[in-house]
Design a protein around this ligand. Structure first.
Ligand SMILES: [Zn+2]
Length: 346
């Protein structure tokens, strides 16, 4: 990394290295490439991918990416390195410009880190409000390490604005993020909060009402991709559910390859994620609604996936159930596996 240390190192060499490391953690190389429309297929080992080299014309792919090491190498032109090197080469930027560009990309995701601070605050509140832990229990979520891993918190309402104002966040900034309304009241009140992450950074917060208010609420910003996609994206088989409590009970029962689109209508970015790899298998497990809305959405989505080369299966649970209620009613991992096995490809 020595060659990067040019210009001012006011914070010392260690601080610069630390910043670079964080930058690269927030923006994994493979994600960056895929978002720039690079298409790849996996080779041999789990974390290696190959595709056409973006730096020269070629018909046989020789550009390799190791997703675990966050490095690329092209056997055609000999170029290689990390994300910073890639951006330097592809956008013809200097090292300094590249760093500024990456910092800007990250800042766009969460200006001033206000979402991170909010999620951390809500996580603390969870343990101070018995009504919140009671609600999680009711929804079948009882594994403390999973609750911690998903970053689940609780917004009692009425104390976030003061907390963030004391940390120096202006009224305007908080209003812009949608965390408070014009009257200065917290947007989330009596809601269980799930932070939605992309590339390691929080891009939105989902709040599930534990009272009479409308159940679902997201901040007025992009919800990002599929929920917890970083943990799922390398899987050949993916389970897609509607809600985050469906996801939570499935993760808790060992189905860690489960993701959610926050409903039954994935955005085009979420569809791209599901279709990133040909040959992937997607199990769609939406609610079995009486009005057939879930079933209709499942069929539409399955058709779409199939036409993109993805094997789609519609999973049927016992009538009236979604994955969450099924587990709350006493279903086991074996019961759910049996439902998966009964689902045939479209
Ligand atoms: Zn090349």
């Amino acid at each position: 990394m020595g060659r990067f240390l040019i210009g001012s190192t006011v914070g010392g060499i260690d601080a610069v290295n630390q910043d670079l490391k964080q930058l690269k953690q927030h923006l994994p190389l493979l994600d960056y490439l895929l978002r720039s429309n690079w298409t790849a297929r996996r080779v041999g080992a789990q974390s290696e991918f190959v595709g056409l080299c973006p730096f020269h014309a070629e018909s046989r792919p020789s550009f390799y990416v190791n997703a675990r090491k966050n490095l690329f190498y092209c056997h055609g032109c000999g170029r290689g390195g990390d994300l910073i090197r890639f951006i330097e080469l592809s956008q013809r930027l200097s090292f300094r410009q590249t760093i500024a560009y990456l910092q800007q990309q990250i800042a766009l995701a969460d200006p001033c880190g206000v979402l991170e601070k909010t999620a951390a605050f809500y996580q603390l509140q969870l343990h101070r409000h018995p009504e919140a832990t009671r609600y999680l229990q009711q929804r079948g979520l009882h594994d403390p390490s999973l609750i911690e891993e998903l970053g689940i918190g609780y917004a009692p309402g009425g104390n976030l604005h003061r907390h963030l104002a004391a940390q120096g966040y202006s009224f305007d900034r908080l209003l812009k993020t949608g965390l408070i309304n014009l009257r200065g009241n917290d947007a989330f009140c009596r809601r269980v909060i799930f932070p939605c992450r992309q590339h390691g950074r929080i891009v939105n917060l989902y709040g599930r009402s534990i009272g009479a208010a409308f159940p679902h609420r997201l901040l007025p910003r992009s919800k990002g991709g599929l929920f917890a996609w970083e943990s799922v994206r390398h899987r050949d088989t993916v389970i897609l559910v509607e809600g985050l409590f469906d996801l939570a009970v499935l993760w808790q029962s060992g189905f860690r390859h489960t993701t959610s689109a926050f409903g039954t209508h994935p955005t085009s970015a979420q569809l791209d994620q599901l279709c990133q790899r040909r040959g992937r298998s997607v199990y769609i497990v939406f609610d079995q609604d009486e009005n057939q809305a879930g079933q209709f959405a499942s069929r539409q989505l399955a058709q779409h996936l199939k036409s993109a080369g993805v094997t789609a299966r519609i999973v049927r649970l016992p009538a009236g159930h979604d994955p969450n209620s099924y587990f709350v009613a006493g279903a086991t991992a074996a019961d759910f596996s049996a439902c998966l096995q009964q689902a045939h490809p479209l």
